[in-house]
Ligand binder design. Structure first.
Ligand code: AHR
Length: 491
C-alpha cells in the first residue's frame, strides 16, 4: 500500500482521553481485582500495586466508574462514610459490600494519575440524587454532602470534571429503562441540577446510534451537554467458550468500525450541535462480557439458580481467548477514533481489569493481555495532531475487499509517529510513506506481535509482546509482519 501524507494538513487533535478505560462493580473487576484487601500485593488502601504500576505505564487518562448496568440501581450514599451499608445489586444479582465507594475510587484515580469520570444512576436514581453526588465530590464546605465528604475522607473537594447521566437507559436490559421522551426530560432536569451545583463540570448522557433517541435527547437537553455516550461490543460468545476466530474478527474491522460514529455525527450535525457536543465512546471492547442467565431469568423449570448465573462468569477469565485478534481489532478501533478525532473526544476500554480487560489479576501477579500493549504503544508514542493521508493505490475497499492494512499518521514533537496495522493472518505487507513536505531520514519500529495470529499471554506464558528495532535509514517504505500492530517513529 502506498500512502501519501499531507504533513501540513491536520484533520484533528486527538485527545489523550481516546486511550481511556472503564471499571465496573462486576465479577472480579473491583473486589479481587484492583481492590484486593489482604493481598500481599496490595498497598495500605487495599489497591493492587502491580495493577497501579501497569496502569501508570499506559498513562490512563480517564477511568469511568462504577457502571455500566450496575450503576442503574446503585445508591452512591451506601458507599461512603464510616458505616457502609451492604446492598443487593439488582443488575448483577449479587451482594454489593460497598467497601469500595466514591472515596476509594477517587483515591485510586489519584494513585494512577488519571481523571475520574463518574456515571450516575439514571435508572432508579433521581436528578436530586445525581446532583447530591456532585455536591459530595465538588462543593468545598456548603451543605450536608460536602461536609459529609470532609468528615469521611477529604476536606478538599475532589473536583470531578467528567460526569455521565445514566448508562444505556435506552435498553430493556437496564434497570430503570426509559422511553426517548422520558429520557430527554430526565436528562434536562438532572443536567440543570448538576450544573447548579457545579457549572464547571462536563456532562454526558447515555445515547445510542438511533435517530429518535438522539432527537429527543438533543432537543430536550442538547444545550446542557458536552458529550453523548455510546457503547459497542462486536463479538458475543454464545457459551463463554466459543469466540470469533481471527478471520471473523478481522471481518468486523474496516468501514464497519465507524458506523456508530458516522450516525451520531450526522445527528449532531443536523441539529447544529457538532461544534458543542463530542462523542464519548465510553464502553468498547471486541469481546462482549459473558454473563448468561441474569437479564432474562426465565428458565425451563422457572428461573436460573445463583450457581447457573454466577459460575459462568469465570469463563471471562480464560486468557487464551484474548489473542493477537484482540490487539489487531483494538488498534483498528483506536485508528478509527483517531481518524474521527474531530468528533470523538473520549473512548473507554471496557473494562480495564479482569472480565474482558487488558489486565488479568491472579493471586501471584497479573497477566498483560495483548490489547494492553496496544495502549502502551498508542498512549506513549502517538502524537496529538492527526494528519491527512490518502492511499495512492486503488483502495481495495472499492472492490468490496477488506483493506488488510490500517494506517494513521500523527505529528510528534520530534517528527512523526505512524500506527500501522497488518491484519493479514499469513502475509507480511509493505507500506510506502511519501510526505508531501518533509524529509524523513530515519525510522524505528515498535512491533507488537506473537508467533501466530492466535498467540496469547497467560500465567507463566508470554507469547505476545513488543519488539523495538534499531534506528535505521528510512527508504520510503516499511515491511510489517503478519497479524501485527506497529508504531513507526520517523524523524
Ligand atoms: O456486559 C457489560 C455491560 O455492557 C455493561 O454493564 C453495560 O454498560 C453494557 O451493556
Amino acid at each position: 500500500m502506498q500512502i501519501t501524507v499531507d504533513n501540513n494538513q491536520i484533520i484533528g487533535k486527538a485527545d489523550k482521553m481516546l486511550y481511556g478505560h472503564f471499571i465496573e462493580h462486576f465479577h472480579r473487576q473491583i473486589y479481587g481485582g484492583l481492590f484486593d484487601v489482604g493481598s500481599p500485593l496490595s498497598d495500605e488502601d487495599g489497591f493492587r500495586t502491580d495493577v497501579i504500576a501497569a496502569l501508570r505505564d499506559i498513562r490512563v487518562p480517564v477511568l469511568r466508574w462504577p457502571g455500566g448496568c450496575f450503576v442503574s440501581a446503585y445508591n452512591w450514599k451506601y458507599g461512603v462514610g464510616k458505616e457502609r451499608r451492604t446492598a443487593f445489586d439488582k443488575a448483577w444479582r449479587v451482594e454489593e459490600p460497598n467497601t469500595f465507594g466514591t472515596d476509594e475510587y477517587i483515591k485510586f484515580c489519584r494513585k494512577i494519575g488519571c481523571e475520574p469520570y463518574i456515571c450516575t444512576n439514571a435508572g432508579t436514581g433521581t436528578a436530586e440524587e445525581m446532583s447530591d453526588w456532585v455536591e459530595y465530590c465538588n462543593i468545598a464546605n456548603e451543605g450536608f454532602f460536602a461536609k459529609w465528604r470532609a468528615k469521611n475522607a477529604s476536606k478538599a473537594p475532589y473536583g470531578v470534571k467528567y460526569w455521565s447521566i445514566g448508562n444505556e437507559n435506552w435498553g430493556g436490559h437496564e434497570v430503570g429503562a426509559k422511553t426517548s421522551e422520558q429520557w430527554g426530560a430526565l436528562v434536562r432536569e438532572a443536567a440543570k441540577m448538576m450544573h447548579r451545583v457545579d457549572p464547571s463540570i462536563e456532562l454526558s448522557a447515555a445515547s445510542i446510534a438511533d435517530l429518535d433517541w438522539n432527537l429527543n435527547l438533543l432537543r430536550s437537553a442538547g444545550q446542557l451537554l458536552d458529550w453523548v455516550s455510546i457503547h459497542d461490543y462486536w463479538d458475543f460468545s454464545p457459551d463463554g467458550v466459543q469466540h470469533a476466530s481471527y478471520e471473523e474478527v478481522i471481518a468486523k474491522t474496516g468501514k464497519r468500525l465507524s458506523r456508530s460514529i458516522d450516525r451520531v455525527r450526522s445527528y449532531l450535525t443536523a441539529l447544529e450541535l457538532h461544534d458543542k457536543i463530542k462523542i464519548a465512546y465510553d464502553e468498547w471492547n471486541l469481546r462482549g462480557w459473558y454473563h448468561p442467565n441474569v437479564m432474562n431469568n426465565v428458565h425451563r423449570d422457572g428461573y436460573y439458580s445463583k450457581e447457573e448465573y454466577l459460575a459462568p462468569r469465570d469463563r471471562n477469565d480464560d486468557n487464551k481467548v484474548y489473542t493477537m485478534a484482540d490487539a489487531v481489532f483494538s488498534a483498528c478501533f483506536l485508528n478509527t477514533c483517531l481518524r474521527n478525532c474531530d468528533i470523538v473526544g473520549m473512548a473507554c476500554f471496557s473494562p480495564v481489569v479482569n472480565t474482558r480487560g487488558c489486565i488479568c489479576t491472579h493471586k501471584e501477579g497479573i497477566v498483560l493481555r495483548p490489547t494492553y500493549y496496544v495502549f502502551y504503544l498508542f498512549a506513549n508514542l502517538l502524537g496529538e495532531n492527526v494528519l491527512d493521508v490518502w492511499n495512492a493505490d486503488t483502495p481495495l475497499s472499492d472492490t468490496g475487499d477488506m483493506e488488510m492494512s490500517d494506517v494513521v499518521v500523527t505529528r510528534t514533537k520530534e517528527g512523526y509517529a505512524v500506527s500501522a496495522i497488518n491484519k493479514d493472518a499469513e502475509n507480511e505487507c509493505e507500506i510506502g510513506l511519501r510526505f508531501l513536505d518533509a524529509e524523513i531520514s530515519k525510522c524505528r519500529i515498535h512491533c507488537l506481535n506473537g508467533k501466530s495470529k492466535n498467540s496469547y499471554n497467560d500465567i507463566g506464558k508470554t507469547e505476545v509482546g513488543i519488539s523495538v528495532s534499531e534506528w535505521t535509514k528510512f527508504g520510503g517504505k516499511v515491511t510489517l509482519p503478519p497479524h501485527s500492530v506497529n508504531v513507526i517513529e520517523l524523524v
